[in-house]
Design a protein around this ligand. Structure first.
Ligand SMILES: [Ca+2]
Ligand SMILES: [Ca+2]
Length: 217
């Protein structure tokens, strides 16, 4: 049933908001805040982070080179996520390690993405490790260098989605007596999908919402 609810949640959206995310780090944590907000009352938030460019400044025998575009080295450029609404909410943390073990780490970091009560997104980039990589340096060719600074430019796509028919508790496409039976079974409990108004308990107000939405979704 939960799967059906999730599918119906993804079925409808009010549109996608796109933010530009830019950040550079020489190893220190990076905090990025979205320039505006999305609807804090959505049922689910679908998120996609797309890497546009990754540039590094490197050192080789004490000389600095860069920025050098190393985007072509990445196997993956898109990172999807999903978080339950309403806000405040958070996405599952993502751990990024390049290249894949057992090769020595060139770049590693953790992404923690949260949304506050107003619908503003904050991305915390922590545990940043900068190691060695091979790059092409003019005249010298391909050499092993130390990464001194990493700059990422990307796009953050956030889509608030909504359950089309919340009173259809058993997600069969119609609000009818079967939904009332689920409601009666959960009467007085907390944390049930039958708590339609989010009051914390399944009660008469939820029954009234079912009656008001009676019929096909
Ligand atoms: Ca139903
Ligand atoms: Ca309720």
């Amino acid at each position: 049933m939960l799967t059906a609810l999730m599918l119906s949640a993804i079925g409808m959206s009010s549109g996608t908001t796109t933010w530009t995310l830019d950040g550079c780090s020489d190893g220190d944590d990076v905090i990025w805040n979205s320039p505006d907000t999305v609807d804090p009352d959505a049922d689910t938030y679908v998120n996609l982070f797309e890497v546009v460019t990754v540039e590094v400044t490197v050192s080789w025998f004490g000389q600095e080179f860069g920025p050098i575009d190393v985007t072509y080295m990445l196997d993956e450029l898109t990172f999807p996520g999903e978080a339950p609404g309403p806000c405040p909410t958070e996405f599952d943390p993502t751990v990024f390690v390049f290249p894949e073990p057992p090769d020595p780490v060139a770049v590693a970091f953790e992404l923690h993405t949260v949304m506050n009560a107003e619908g503003m997104m904050t991305v915390n980039i922590t545990n940043i490790q900068l190691g060695q990589t091979e790059v092409e340096i003019p005249i010298f060719g391909e050499v092993t260098v130390l990464i001194e600074e990493l700059c990422v430019n990307g796009l953050e796509y956030i889509t608030p989605t909504y359950v089309q028919c919340p009173a259809d508790i058993n997600a069969d496409g119609i609000v009818n007596v079967n939904d009332i039976l689920v409601l009666i079974g959960d009467w007085g409990t907390t944390g049930s999908p039958a708590d339609l108004d989010g009051s914390g308990a399944v009660d008469a107000n939820d029954l009234l919402m079912i009656l008001a939405a009676w019929g096909p979704c």
